[in-house]
Structures are given as structure tokens and as C-alpha cells.
Write a protein that binds this ligand. Sequence first.
Ligand code: HEC
Length: 122
Amino acid sequence: MHRFVFVAAAVGALSADQARADTPQESFDRTCATCHDKDGKGNTKMGKKFGIIDLSSAAVQAKFTDEAAIKQVTEGGGEKWMPAFKNKLSPEEIPPLVAYARVLAAPAASPPADAGPAAPKK
Ligand code: HEC
């Protein structure tokens, strides 16, 4: 109980500082998109430099678990170098970002451009 009150107070202090809490998407776009790009494809200068993985690919996402991803975002690492975020993000902020990264590979998150009636065949 006391612990909960303390955490709530700390969170309150944080959001007072930031005016309001960012959504995972805003946070990802600001903190992670430098390398991963907003769509997760990693088509950025930094992404190319690091030989980044494609987070918009379900096949790539199938290769790691949420736990592994949370650990990597926290501690950094991986076969290719990814920086640690434990000094920039709190342990509460990281899981929603990994969950958001998962959404980037979910087909439902990005409706197909040709969602209209099927194109007539030639
Ligand atoms: C400086 C560039 C850079 C930034 C910024 C960055 N990443 Fe990465 N990320 C990488 C690289 C490089 C890899 C591939 C590492 C590897 O070999 O697994 C990676 C891999 C990942 C993976 C796959 C994890 C796994 O277990 O294979 C996830 C998930 C991920 N990043 C999420 C994030 C999130 C969330 C953020 C923002 C908090 C972020 N990244 C910011 C460079 C970056």
C-alpha cells in the first residue's frame, strides 16, 4: 500500500513536469524512431549505420520474446549494437514501447492501402 502511494506520487511528479504523459507512440517516435523509423522499418541514417532489424516484419518479431526485447531496450545489446535506455526510460515506460513495436508488425495496425473494392482485372 505504502509502496503504491510512493509510486503514484513519483508518477504524479513526473507528469507534472512533462505537462502530460506521452503515449507510447509519441515516445517511440521521439526516442526510438531515430534508428527504427516511425514505421519500424529502420530506414534511417542511424538504422542503416547499425544494420538495424526490421521491426515491421512479423518474421523478425517472431525471433524475440517480449522479455528479451524489454531486456534489450533496458540493458542494450543484441547481435548488432542497440543502446541501453535504462537511464532515459523508467521500467514502467519500456514494456509499452515494446508493445508498440509489436503493433508495427501487426497487419491490423496498418490497413492495406487497397482496402477498397478489388481492382478490376485486365
Ligand atoms: C541507436 C539506434 C537505436 C535506437 C535509438 C533504438 N534502437 Fe532498437 N535496435 C537497434 C538495433 C541496432 C537493433 C538490433 C539489435 C540486434 O542485433 O538484436 C535493435 C533492436 C530492437 C528490438 C529487437 C529486440 C530483440 O530482442 O531482438 C526491439 C524490440 C527494439 N530495438 C526496440 C526499440 C525501442 C522500443 C527503442 C526506443 C526506446 C529503440 N529500440 C531504440 C537500434 C536502436
